[in-house]
Design a protein. Structure first.
Length: 336
């Protein structure tokens, strides 16, 4: 029997009710995060990375604007069947999230130190004084200079980069089983980014924290992730361990993303490759492969029929007719 995953998402759909009708922003995605594993989630803007992470925590308004389908199991328990009160308990306790936009998540009327201390007290049976000291320590760990002084300040007194670090301190305060990090270091300069990544990797190793790591930055993926899923227009188009993804990408979209990493070619920086065309609209999803109109390999089959996500080799999955055809021929030839 398969080992129980820390997080197991199966055929998740997130349907938003909008003025333009129902929009399925996440359309049948499946993936898992194991204990102690860092899974990268990459893809262009608008492909559904944030909606996926916020769906896992059920942060959208279920009364009026959203409906979920599929299943989300956390330690074997179905999150879609929990009450909102139960979800509240899980959030910031067993599952923590670092949001893309830090400004919305802190309370403007309390000092930074107090807010981080409160987050610690929710999960640890210690005195307020101890919690406050621990909060200052955590702020220091995220690279905030003069943490004792900063702890006495209010959110509006801090820059965006500082706020992001406070958010990271809050998210890590409870030593969560699962951390969902949505572009956690995009707003930070490279030195601080490296410190934050170190901190996340350290907690991942020390307490076995699983991490879902959303990023645009493939360099960061190569540095910290064990496995990667590539999303395109609400679906997973490729999944592989990090080494395989970088050395043997199968989906033309993944290949395009990898080509887009700037390289230093001798003394001259190579011209940055961009994937031609734009992502189709969610209100006008193509019937065939969703990437077909931008794909250099697309043929009539791709335009007419949607490929399924298929396993190729060990844990390597891809949603592409050409990769599947290649695999079929290889298997055919090998067995004759
Ligand atoms: N509340 C909502 N109602 C309707 N549509 C939404 C809602 N939230 C997000 N969307 C749509 O879902 C799609 C996916 O958005 P999402 O924010 O997940 O993208 P993303 O991959 O996180 O992009 P980025 O890299 O820019 O953060 C977008 O087309 C977006 O417009
Ligand atoms: Mg996002």
């Amino acid at each position: 029997m398969k080992k129980q995953s820390l997080l197991d998402v199966q055929e998740l759909k997130t349907n938003f009710y909008t003025e333009r009708g129902v929009v399925t922003a996440v359309d049948g995605i499946s993936f898992s995060v194991e204990e102690g594993e860092i899974v990268g989630v990459v893809g262009e803007s608008g492909c559904g990375k944030s909606v996926t992470s916020q769906s896992i925590l059920r942060l959208f308004d279920e009364k009026y604007s959203v409906e979920y389908e599929g299943s989300i199991l956390f330690k074997g328990e179905s999150l879609l069947e929990k009450t909102l009160a139960e979800m509240q308990d899980i959030r910031g306790n067993e599952i923590s999230m670092i949001f893309q936009d830090p400004s919305s998540s802190l309370n403007p009327v309390y000092t930074i130190g107090r807010q981080v201390a409160e987050a610690i007290l929710l999960h640890k049976d210690i005195t307020r004084k101890e919690a406050y000291q621990k909060a200052v320590k955590l702020l220091e760990l995220t690279g905030i200079p003069s943490p004792e002084k900063r702890a006495l300040e209010y959110p509006h007194q801090l820059s965006g980069g500082m706020l992001q670090r406070v958010m990271i301190a809050m998210a890590l305060a409870c030593e969560p089983k699962l951390l969902i990090a949505d572009e956690p270091t995009t707003a930070l300069d490279v030195t601080i980014q490296a410190q934050i990544l170190d901190l996340i990797v350290r907690l991942n190793q020390e307490i076995g924290m699983g991490v879902m790591f959303i990023t645009h930055d493939l360099g960061v993926v190569a540095q910290v992730c064990n496995r990667v899923i590539v999303m395109y227009l609400g679906q997973v188009v490729e999944e592989a361990d990090v080494r395989t993804l970088f050395t043997e990408p199968l989906h033309p979209y993944t290949k395009g993303l990898l080509h887009s990493i700037p390289k230093l070619d001798g003394e001259r920086a190579e011209k940055l490759h961009v994937i031609e065309g734009t992502v189709p609209s969610l209100t006008n999803v193509p019937t065939g492969c969703r990437f077909a109109d931008r794909c250099p390999q697309a043929d009539a089959t791709c335009l007419e029929h949607a490929p399924a996500l298929e396993a190729q080799n060990d844990g390597h999955k891809v949603r592409c007719w050409h990769a599947s055809a290649q695999k079929e021929v290889e298997t055919y030839v090998a067995t004759n």
